[in-house]
Design a protein around this ligand. Structure first.
Ligand SMILES: Cc1cc2nc3c(=O)[nH]c(=O)nc-3n(C[C@H](O)[C@H](O)[C@H](O)COP(=O)(O)OP(=O)(O)OC[C@H]3O[C@@H](n4cnc5c(N)ncnc54)[C@H](O)[C@@H]3O)c2cc1C
Ligand code: SF4
Length: 333
């Protein structure tokens, strides 16, 4: 049985206390929300904080405020189950409720939070193993080693962005509020992820994610599609998020298509957007967008399913996402 290492556990009640505690803990400190990613990682010694600061009792992080008219503010500590069940999220941002429903299992969704999902560690078959397994291959660049087993000549880690809500939040234009003892900042989800499996966030370690802000829901639609081996639960090995801004007459005036699960960061495919903007959602433009995504997707052999299969599946998954938007199966948002 894998056991957690010893650590100091702190439970602040306010954001101010949490960031102060993190400042005092320094580099050995780490926040935890539901712990569904951090604790398994600690058991496998992939992450080894000596001070763990829970954000679970900070009431400010548990609120959902606003609506589709003014935009929605979701506290980072809101559980995935709350997102799935929340009336306003379902009415005004159904793509978010549906994507959250695809994450892991009901029990894990009760514990796991939206904030933890957006900050989820990158994943790789050579990394998501216990300590003895990783020691057996002399570890790897991401933790304790000096070679990447996926691309041995590479100085970069290619561990995969594997959180379902990340591509969707990038596609819909969400913003993230980060807080530290130095102050607050609001960043676009779009520029927040870094294409490196180790330094995968443009976030300072001491910053707390406080809130996710969604734009007003009028005039656009979004959808998320997920490829995984088992429907019951599994991480995405390909995710497709699409947002379309559509005029009254049906012409697409804005588009974002973002792939997850194929690189260390979510991959926005601008050529797909270009294929869609200025046209009605017709078979030809949708197929062109799907082809553009197929060409840009270059997954490596470090998660479930063969990499070529994951690349091939980009085409039908993008097409399905766009067809679903066309059919109006997802309401506004
Ligand atoms: C069996 C299994 C299946 C899973 N399947 C999926 C899946 O299909 N799709 C998917 O996307 N995920 C999946 N997950 C991963 C995980 O359950 C979810 O991503 C969940 O949303 C993580 O949230 P959490 O609150 O538990 O994160 P935690 O484990 O608490 O934290 C994750 C990371 O975020 C940091 N963090 C958390 N909150 C904050 C904050 N407010 N400010 C700063 N840092 C913070 C932590 O330090 C840690 O680095 C799965 C996990 C397991 C164990
Ligand atoms: S991509 Fe390479 S460096 Fe990164 S976790 Fe996998 S084996 Fe390690």
């Amino acid at each position: 049985m894998m056991r957690l290492p010893k650590f100091t556990y702190l439970v602040p009640r306010t954001i101010g206390d949490a960031v102060r505690m993190m400042g005092e803990a320094g580099p050995v400190g780490q926040f935890v929300a539901g712990g569904t990613d951090l604790y398994p990682n600690m058991k496998r010694r992939q992450q080894t904080p000596r001070t763990v600061i829970s954000v679970g009792r900070i009431s400010e992080l548990h609120r959902i405020e606003g609506d589709g008219k003014e935009g929605l503010r979701i506290g980072a500590g809101v559980s995935l189950t709350e997102i799935v069940e929340h009336a306003v999220v379902n009415r005004d941002y159904p793509s978010l409720a549906r994507a959250a429903r695809l994450i892991s299992t009901p029990t894990l969704r009760n514990m796991g939070t939206i904030g933890g999902n957006l900050l989820l560690d990158t994943r790789c078959n050579y990394y998501d193993q216990n300590y003895e397994w990783r020691k057996g291959i002399n570890f790897c660049l991401k933790k304790d080693g000096d070679v990447c087993w996926v691309a041995p000549g590479s100085e970069k880690c290619w561990a995969v962005q594997s959180a379902d809500l990340v591509p969707l939040m990038v596609a819909v234009g969400a913003r993230l509020r980060l807080v530290s003892t130095v102050g607050d900042r609001l960043v676009e989800a779009r520029g927040f992820y870094n294409d490196d499996g180790i330094e995968y966030l443009r976030k300072r370690p001491e910053e707390l994610l406080a809130e996710i802000r969604l734009p007003p829901a009028a005039g656009w639609r979004a959808v998320y599609k997920k490829l995984r081996r088992r429907g019951a639960f599994d991480f995405p090995v390909l995710g497709v998020a699409a947002r379309l801004d559509v005029e009254e007459g049906g012409t697409v005036v804005g588009a974002r298509v973002v792939l997850g699960g194929v690189a260390p960061a979510p991959l926005e495919v601008e050529a797909a957007a270009q294929a869609l903007v200025g046209h009605r959602l017709e078979e030809e433009s949708m197929r062109a967008a799907a082809e553009a995504c197929y060409l840009r997707a270059r997954p490596l052999d470090n998660t479930d399913h063969l990499m070529n299969y994951r690349k091939q599946m980009a085409r039908p998954f993008v097409l399905r996402a766009l067809q679903e938007l066309k059919a109006g199966m997802t309401d506004a948002g």
